[in-house]
Design a protein around this ligand. Structure first.
Ligand code: AMP
Length: 641
């Protein structure tokens, strides 16, 4: 009997769960489902987004409603249209083997008459945003006077967004006898007030500590000068070739500007903010979900309700005004049991905020140094080598082989490898050898409370950095690799540090006294029949010891490859901006070699893509070179709205 069967779920739900591939219930599901199935009770569940809470209320509600009765029996309120559609989708998936259950999504920005028509056909479950729901009630288009269940999802977000009155009005038109289940990541006073006013003796369940960040998210900050903020962002992206991220800015203007710069520099990025039309936002989200966008640059409001799994990094390009918002931002990664990293790019004047956030999330930040050019080059190079090794060959290419062989026949294997890799590497090395070190370092006293007081060596602290050909593909994360290395090398607890795991390879540091041992022992070890190869790396990985071994690379990559994106399919223009955006500008086109993008100038490659629309006159261009793109597509004419 698997763990889902022990929760009391029906056969049809268990069958759907099997199809969905859920192996075990998450903590919130394990806690909530048996209680909700067993009793008619109110419930307050403190759970972050990404913990599996939709199923925690979705399974019981599906099982409890009467599919033969066409009346509306359950109302689920959610803060955003995006989340509303997602919940509807999930509930449809969960109930696919239940006959006669109808779920309807009700949200703004779409035809109210169509939604009313769907409800009229019989909707036992309505999933709604508060504003549109209130509108429908006012117009008499919906009847929720007989519902048995009302679920408030992401209650804190709904109240943050100013829906208090709508929620109170909606709840007032529902019967007193119903059960209310309230799900919230945090418990501010307003949420508690709703609970008090509309719930009777709710059972309270908590997943993780109240108001605390998710255990699957690690938090790191990079101290830079304000003028280097954007350069730091690019380097962090370059050091994480598989990055799939949400980059948060404070204002719509900054969001648009950063996205435009990234696109101009050849990254697959797009902006998401309130000045875009609903259709534009939908387009951006579709591309993001489809992973045609690697870096979604967003405002806090626009990013609410983004429930996309496998986001590897949340980047706080700027910290939010309200530090409580940090929790919501970082909750976009580390979902569904996956690991994620929340990065803050911070200037000296903002350092104090880091300590305040640590108190809120009850987790420590790790201070990291922005990767040096050499480190990035090395990461990119190895990423490329792995990519070449793993690529599946499409045998269409066989037709061209004679001609290709003709061109390359005079090259030895070594020369061929060097040249192939140099196609990409030259671009990176040429770009990065000209750049300076942009990392700053906090002095400890600059933050209100110092962290663990551990002495840290300076950047060139003399540590030896190694490259090793095992990584997350071999089921290592930084912790298990650190353990494995300590054991294999018979070293002490802190002798292996700055362990940085990528997909097919990793880096780690030791003090120089261990170098001979590392080289000798590890190069003679086999892992599941494969010989381990260790080499001394050129970069020092920041040199400093840290305590958990995570380093700037992060690299919980979701296996993203840089598939070419459709031209002009994202990075929408601001509406009403007087046609100030050009389409498909074709700056720094890039190909798939190094995981897709970098700010460095690109050579001509196989895949070509052009950049998405941007506003004209964005002066502060990052370095790139156009003369090397002789074979790139020509820029199209400006697009007009
Ligand atoms: P939620 O917190 O409901 O938004 O869920 C986050 C993600 O986790 C969604 O993609 C769900 O489909 C997925 N999920 C929910 N429950 C489970 C489970 N028991 N096992 C694996 N994935 C799950």
């Amino acid at each position: 009997m698997n763990k889902f069967e022990q929760l009391g779920l029906s056969e049809s739900l268990l069958k759907a769960i099997l199809d969905l591939g859920f192996e075990n219930p998450t903590e919130v599901q394990e806690k909530a489902i048996p209680l909700l199935l067993e009793k008619d009770t109110d419930m307050v569940a403190l759970a972050q987004t990404g913990t599996g809470k939709t199923a925690a209320f979705g399974f019981p509600v599906i099982q409890k409603i009467d599919a033969d009765n066409r009346n509306t029996q359950a109302l689920i309120l959610s803060p955003t249209r995006e989340l509303c559609l997602q919940i509807t989708n999930e509930i449809k998936n969960y109930s696919k083997y239940e006959k006669g259950i109808n779920v309807v999504a009700v949200y703004g920005g779409a035809s109210i008459t169509d939604q009313a028509r769907e409800i009229k056909r019989g909707a036992q479950i309505i999933v709604a945003t508060p504003g549109r729901m209130q509108d429908m009630i006012n117009r008499g288009l919906v009847n929720i006077s007989q519902i048995n269940y009302c679920i408030l999802d992401e209650a804190d977000e709904m109240l943050n967004m100013g829906f208090y009155e709508d929620i109170v009005n909606i709840l007032s038109t529902t019967p007193d006898e119903k059960n209310t289940w309230l799900f919230s990541a945090t418990m501010p006073a307003e949420v508690a007030r709703i609970g008090k006013q509309f719930m009777r003796d709710p059972i309270e369940i908590t997943v993780g500590a109240k108001n605390s960040g998710s255990a699957t998210v690690s938090h790191e900050f990079y101290l830079v000068n304000a003028r280097d903020r954007y350069e730091a962002l690019k380097r962090l992206a370059d050091a994480n070739p598989d990055i799939f991220s949400v980059v948060f800015c404070r204002t719509k203007r900054d969001t648009q500007a950063v996205a435009e710069k990234l696109v101009e520099d050849g990254y697959s990025a797009a902006a998401l903010h309130g000045d875009l039309s609903q259709a534009q936002r939908d387009g951006v989200m579709k591309s993001f979900r489809g992973r045609q966008i690697q870096m979604l640059v967003a405002t806090d409001v626009a990013a609410r309700g983004i429930d996309v799994d496998n986001i590897t990094h949340v980047v706080n390009y700027q910290l939010p005004d309200e530090i409580e918002t940090y929790n919501h931002r970082s909750g976009r990664t580390g979902r569904a049991g996956k690991l994620g990293t929340s990065i803050v790019i911070v200037t000296k004047s903002e350092l104090r905020k880091i300590s305040s956030i640590e108190r809120i999330i009850k987790q420590k930040f790790e201070e990291k140094t922005v990767p040096s050019g050499i480190e990035i080059c090395e990461i990119q190079l190895l990423h490329l080598a792995n990519k070449i090794k793993d690529v599946e060959v499409d045998h269409e290419i066989d037709n061209y082989l004679p001609a290709i062989n003709n061109v390359l026949e005079d090259l030895s294997k070594e020369e061929l490898i060097k040249k192939m890799v140099s196609v990409e590497f030259n671009r990176f090395i040429n770009y990065y050898k000209k750049t300076r070190d942009i990392s700053n370092q906090s002095s400890g006293s600059e933050r209100r409370d110092d962290r663990d007081g551990t002495p840290r060596e300076n950047n060139n602290g003399g540590a030896t950095r190694y490259f090793v050909n095992i990584g997350s593909r071999d089921n290592f994360d930084w912790m298990s690799l650190k353990d494995y290395l300590k054991e294999t090398l018979d070293l002490g607890r802190d002798d292996v540090f700055k362990v940085d795991v990528k997909e097919g390879f990793s880096f780690f540091n030791t003090d120089p006294e261990h170098t001979d041992k590392v080289m000798e022992v590890l190069n003679n070890v086999q892992l599941e029949g494969r010989r381990i190869n260790v080499e001394i790396s050129k970069n020092d990985g920041g040199g400093r010891r840290d305590h958990n071994g995570r380093s700037s690379g992060g690299g919980f990559g979701g296996g993203r490859s840089s598939a070419p994106r459709r031209e002009g399919s994202f990075a929408p223009r601001r509406e009403g901006s007087g046609g100030g955006f050009r389409s498909d500008r074709n700056s720094a086109p890039r190909e798939g070699g190094f995981g897709g993008r970098s700010s460095a100038p690109r050579e001509g490659g196989f895949e070509r893509r052009s950049s998405a629309p941007r506003s004209e006159g964005s002066s502060d261009r990052a370095p790139r070179r156009s003369e090397s793109f002789g074979d790139a597509p020509k820029p199209r004419r400006p697009r007009r709205d």
